[in-house]
Design a protein around this ligand. Structure first.
Ligand code: TYM
Length: 336
């Protein structure tokens, strides 16, 4: 019997700084886990990073670092495809056609656009506005079935589906409609310092985030300072106890324990013991990634070799979609 064709996954991460525990739990850790069941394409989204002004040398360095970190986190570039977005021109080519099929109104409603323009009022550029169109192109150019992301990307995924549906309606069946894959609890890891806010590497308060590359002492210190509440009871309640609940999600991710297990484990104990346990579980989980990262990054030619091979494999898939789309919308194609 022929083996059933495996579903395809595409996801991306921007190289805009060292990734946080939020990126790890919300995305990268799942990317590694999903490799057993899907054909995966994982990408460093360097073009998306340009929507905020970047120091060129730093962006270049961080792009390679992010690739090394993905490899360290367990992305397997022999059975799957790992590449840098700008190395596959088809993303931009498709993005233009999709932009011509996307409405100003729908892009104006994107909350990330509104948030980012408020944060960088001196640089509300066209790229920031059309960011979701490029993201739709990233996904649709591979006809991805599934897109693993954190909660903050769900609106972008919705618009990718809307664009695909519209295009298919006008030009005939072209794109697969992608589904989001959002892990139940870790979809939104909150800041340790302000648990009402998403954990983010661009936070000005460094106590709010743990980086995937932080050492054990730093991790212990940041969790020790994590904001909780005053009732000293470890209980899961996102509304009433956001700080404690966020720590429980992190602990649950790394230990596999349920919320009920965790409540029982820390019944009658203070937050000090609990925070220490969360910090140790996190440090233990990140330690091998951190060590691998240092080892892999030292071998620049290995990382670049993976990216070169990845770009070639990705381009073979993506170019086919662009050719099909160009034909469908009526762009003249000459015989080769
Ligand atoms: P980026 O680089 O902001 O984040 C990468 C992934 O990490 C998730 N994430 C979180 N998850 C849980 N808790 C948090 N605190 C947290 N912070 C970040 C994000 O949801 C994301 O999944 N636009 C994307 C990159 C991208 C992309 C794509 C993703 C470009 N093209 C195509 C999927 C498909 C972004 O800026 O992610």
């Amino acid at each position: 019997m022929a083996e059933e064709k495996r579903k395809r996954i595409l996801s991306g991460i921007q190289p805009t700084g060292a990734p946080t525990l939020g990126n790890y739990i919300g995305a990268v850790r799942n990317w590694a886990l999903l490799q057993n069941d899907y054909d995966c394409l994982y990408m460093v989204a360097d073009l998306h990073a340009l929507t905020v002004r970047q120091a060129p040398a730093e962006l270049r360095r961080r792009t390679r670092e992010m690739a090394a970190l993905l490899l360290a986190a367990g992305i397997d570039p022999t059975h799957h495809v790992m590449f840098v977005q700008s190395h596959v021109p088809a993303h931009c080519e498709l993005s233009w056609v999709l932009a011509c099929n996307t409405q100003f109104g729908e892009l104006s409603r994107m909350t990330q656009f509104k948030d980012k323009s408020a944060k960088h009022p001196d640089n509300v550029n066209g790229g920031l506005f059309t960011y979701p169109v490029l993201m739709a192109a990233d996904i649709l150019v591979y006809n991805a079935d599934l897109v693993p992301v954190g909660q903050d990307q769900t609106q972008h995924l919705e618009i990718a589906r809307d664009i695909a549906t519209r295009f298919n309606g006008i030009y005939g069946d072209t794109f697969v409609l992608p589904e989001g894959y959002i892990s139940a609890s870790g979809a939104k890891i909150m800041s340790l310092a302000e648990p009402a806010k998403k954990m983010s590497k661009s936070d000005t308060n460094a106590n709010g985030f743990v980086l995937m590359t932080d050492d054990k002492d730093t991790i212990l210190r940041k969790f020790k300072r994590a904001v909780t509440d005053s009732d000293e009871v470890v209980r899961f309640d996102r509304e009433a106890k956001p700080g404690v609940s966020n720590l429980m999600v992190i602990y649950s991710t790394f230990t596999g324990k349920t919320m009920a297990d965790i409540e029982a484990e820390f019944a009658g104990k203070g937050y000090g013991d609990f925070k220490l346990a969360v910090a140790e579980a996190t440090a233990d989980a990140l330690a091998p990634v951190k060590d691998e990262y240092a080892r892999i990054l030292a071998d620049k030619s290995y990382v670049d070799g993976v990216l070169k091979e990845g770009a070639a494999r990705a381009a073979r898939l993506a170019d086919r979609t662009v050719a099909k789309v160009y034909r469908k919308v009526g762009l003249l194609q000459l015989e080769r």
